[in-house]
Each structure stands twice: as C-alpha cells, then as structure tokens.
Write a protein that binds this ligand. Structure first.
Ligand code: PLP
Length: 472
C-alpha cells in the first residue's frame, strides 16, 4: 500500500471504528473462541506474493474479530479498564502516521517538551506538589522496575550496576501481600530475589500494611545484617483495591532512610477528583509514584505517568551516554530514554494532551465520579438480595462479592460457576479473585462509555443467572 491508497483506506478505517463503537453493545463482551480456534484458521506459512488489502480486511472481520474480547465495551466490568477515548485514538492515529522515535530530545524536541508539560498538568491534576517531575513509561510494571532499580542502586551506592550483586549485602524490600505481581517481577529482574521481598501483613477495612509489623521487619533485617532498600506501598490494589496508609508508611521510610514507591496504577486516575485525594494522603512524601492514564482515564494503552521527587536517582541508575546518543549544543534538555528501561520511545504524550484538552479535567472527573457512584449503588442493591454477600466494600469503583445462599455447599465452586455463566451469557464481563482464601467475584465500573443503565444491567444479569442456579 502506498500513501495515496492510504488516503481512502484510512478514511474507511475511521468509519469502521466509529461503527464498531456504535454497535459494541450488541457484541458479547468476552470472546467466545475456544483455544486454537483462531490459530486453526491462519495459514501455516507467510505469503510470498502480495495480497489484496480487501482480502486482508475481510480476514480481520471473519477470523480476528470473533476472537477479540471487547475491552471498550461499555459493560466491560472485568480486571481494570483499558480505556481508549476517541480523542486518544485520534492522537494515536497521528502518532502512528508521524512514527517518530522519541528517545532523545533531539530526535523530536516537541515530543520531549510536550511530555514534560503534560506530565506537569497531570501532577497538578492529581495534587502532587511542585518539585515532582514526570515521565511517561510504557507500563506501571516498567515504572515499578525503575523504582526497584533505584532502590537497589541507591542502597548500594551504585555498586550494583558496576559490580553486580554477588558479594553485596542482602537487599530487602517491603510491601504488603496485596501488591500487584509487577512488584514480584521487578524484584526478580533486578536480581534482588523473591525471598527478599518482605510481605508485611495487612489488616483493617482498607487491607493496609501493618505499619508496626513493617517497622519490626526492618529492625529484624538490620539486626540480621541485611540491607533494607525500599518500601512499595499500594493505593487501589488489583484484587480488592487494598490501600496502604501512605502517611504512616512514609513515617517509617523517612525514619529508616528508605526509598519509597507508590503503586496507584488504577486508583491514581481518580486522584484528579480532589475528594478522593485523602485516599493517598502523604503521597507527597514518596520518592516515586505511578499511575496509568491508560487504565481509567482514557489515554489509550500505553500511557503510564511516573512521578519522581528526585529524577537524578533514576537517571544515575539508568543513563548511559555513548557518543552516538549524545546531544551536543543543547543545554538544559531532557533525554527521557535516560528515565526508562528501553532506549526507544513512542510519542505517548500526544494522546494525553489531546485527552485532557478535549474533555477538560472536569469531564474526566465526572466520568470517574459516575463510575464510583454507580458502583456504590450496585453494591448496595446486591447486598439487599438474599444470598449475596459483599465481601470487600467499594474502594472507588471496585468491590468484590459472592453468592452464598443457605445450604450452598462448596462456595468456591458455586462462585466459579456463576462467573462462568455470566461470562458465557456475554452481556457483561466480570472476573474472579481470592480474598482471604475464598473465591469471590470482582466488579469494577470504569469503561469510558458506560452509562448508569449498563451498570444496572450488571445487576439484572448477576441476579438473574444466580437465580437459575438455585437448587429446585
Ligand atoms: C495495582 C496495579 N499495579 C500495576 C499493574 C500493572 O500495570 P501495567 O499493565 O501498566 O504494567 C496493574 C495492572 O492491572 C495493577 O492493577
């Protein structure tokens, strides 16, 4: 295809996208494919001869789309959202067309400078004080890896990068049992080792880290000759929205001289609403904070904003400047690839810039407030239906529940059965998790185009299918 043909095909794609989104409610949310269904339809070998674009697009409709789960469906209540607002899709279209590689300031000054500005807009929006600097990473997992590498190198006075970890003191990092598995991965990749990720017990309605236990664990490790390096706190954990008491965690970190990272990958978007900022009071004392506008806010994947109180620590950990990457003759510039693990960088700031301007913070706040209100109302309604138990109360727009009618027997099996029935039905999509060992169903409302009626339909589907399961 050449760019002249693209003119028509690109316009067709825009029409297709608009129709796809208009008609999404008619599709089952989760793909109905069985394992191997799609693979069986794909030729074993690549074509030697060019194929007509019409054929390729026909295969997209017939082979690929039936195997897609529709993450932008308004009744996607599973996992966390991965919202792609239309304005952000448009931004990505421009980004794809320009296709710049934005690793250094000079490889696209506008991309770097827009990233600086738009991160600062986000900083203000979520209530972080001046002095925090932001960077857009590809994922929260990468941001957490950056934070863990910073913890490691700072604790070892940058000897880890230079000499490796052999012969170094044993590093220790602390978090609760509620953190996302991206923390485990960062610990593995950084060479610190899972055994040195110390899980602090949690308690209370927010499932927060027990700060006295945290303090005791650090003291015991020091007494045993180990080297505490950092604490990872969570705001809005993945299973049930567990949220640490950030201010109390920071008291410990400051007293112990430890680097802190706050993972608010999902819940962080809600901090654009001032009334939710109390959920992470004390965050202004953290060294590193991550949130994903690509989850709830609407900046299409991938778009992770990572805020640093002192970016020099991260830059000292990651920056390498061979001659071929040097920017001569330009002072005071930022090369964001020195703040990230990969060298290459997409132009991610454009979609955040478009999104914030096109919706305004007020528009985005309203979306989040709606989701929270509708979720709280749903949890209250479900709690009133005999047999339903709310297992964890709503944290923003996430709660967990199960169906436990009297005499139900194996509740885990019943819960899994209900999740399966709901997802096979196709009108909504939910997922399960474990809370204190018990299988429960997660509900989160976060789809960009969800309405109150969509959330009400969740109530109808859940109660209707549960009623079908009642022993007669
Ligand atoms: C709390 C939390 N942290 C981190 C992540 C990882 O996010 P990413 O896919 O951007 O790496 C998730 C993903 O759902 C999450 O829920």
């Amino acid at each position: 295809m050449n760019w002249e043909e693209f003119r028509k095909r690109g316009a067709d794609a825009a029409h297709w996208a608009s129709d796809y989104h208009r008609d999404l409610r008619a599709r089952p949310v989760r793909a109905r494919s069985k394992p191997g269904d799609v693979l069986a339809q794909l030729p074993l070998c690549p074509p030697d001869a060019a194929q007509p674009v019409d054929d390729i697009l026909a295969d997209l409709e017939q082979t690929i789309l039936p195997g897609m789960t529709h993450w932008q469906h308004p009744r996607f209540f599973a996992y966390f959202p991965a919202n792609a607002a239309p304005i952000s899709v448009l931004a990505e279209y421009y980004v794809s067309a320009i296709a710049a590689q934005c690793m250094l300031w000079q490889t696209s000054p506008a991309a770097t400078e827009l990233e600086t500005r738009v991160c600062d807009w986000m900083r203000q929006a979520i209530g972080l004080p001046e002095g925090f600097s932001g960077v857009i990473q590809d994922s929260a997992s990468t941001a957490t890896l950056c934070a863990v590498l910073s913890m490691r190198e700072r604790a070892l006075d940058w000897a880890g990068n230079a000499e490796g970890l052999s012969g170094q003191p044993t590093l220790r990092i602390y978090c609760s049992a509620e953190v996302h598995t991206s923390i485990d991965r960062a610990i593995w990749i950084s060479g610190i080792g899972e055994a040195n990720l110390v899980r602090i017990p949690t308690g209370g309605p927010t499932r927060a880290m027990d700060v006295a236990a945290l303090r005791a664990a650090i003291a015991a490790d020091r007494a045993a000759g180990m080297l505490p390096a950092g604490i990872i706190a969570c705001v809005g954990g993945t299973s049930a929205g567990a949220t640490d008491d950030i201010a109390r965690v920071m008291d410990v970190a400051e007293a112990e001289g430890l680097y802190t990272h706050v993972d608010a990958a999902w819940a962080g978007s809600a901090m654009i609403c001032p009334e939710f900022q109390n959920l992470w009071a004390g965050v202004e004392r953290a060294d590193s904070v991550v949130l994903n506008p690509h989850k709830w806010l609407g900046a299409q994947f991938d778009c992770t904003t990572h805020f640093l109180r002192d970016p020099a620590t991260l830059v000292k950990t990651l920056a390498i400047q061979p001659e071929y990457l040097k920017t001569h003759g330009a002072d005071g510039i930022i090369n964001y690839s020195e703040w990230s693990v990969p060298l290459g960088r997409r132009f991610r700031a454009l979609k955040l810039w478009f999104l914030i301007r096109a919706h305004g913070l007020d528009g985005l706040r309203q979306m989040i407030r709606n989701h929270v209100d509708w979720t709280v109302a749903l949890a209250q309604r479900l709690a009133g239906v005999p047999g339903f138990e709310i297992v964890t109360q709503p944290m923003l727009s996430l709660f967990t529940f199960r169906y436990a009618p009297p005499g139900a027997g194996d509740l885990d099996a019943l819960t899994q059965d209900l999740v399966n029935r709901i997802n096979d039905d196709g009108r909504i999509y939910l997922t399960q998790t474990r809370i204190d060992g018990a299988l429960v169903i997660r509900f989160q409302a976060g789809a960009f185009t969800a309405t109150a009626e969509d959330v009400e339909m969740a109530f109808d589907v859940i109660t209707e299918l549960a009623a079908d399961m009642r022993p007669v």
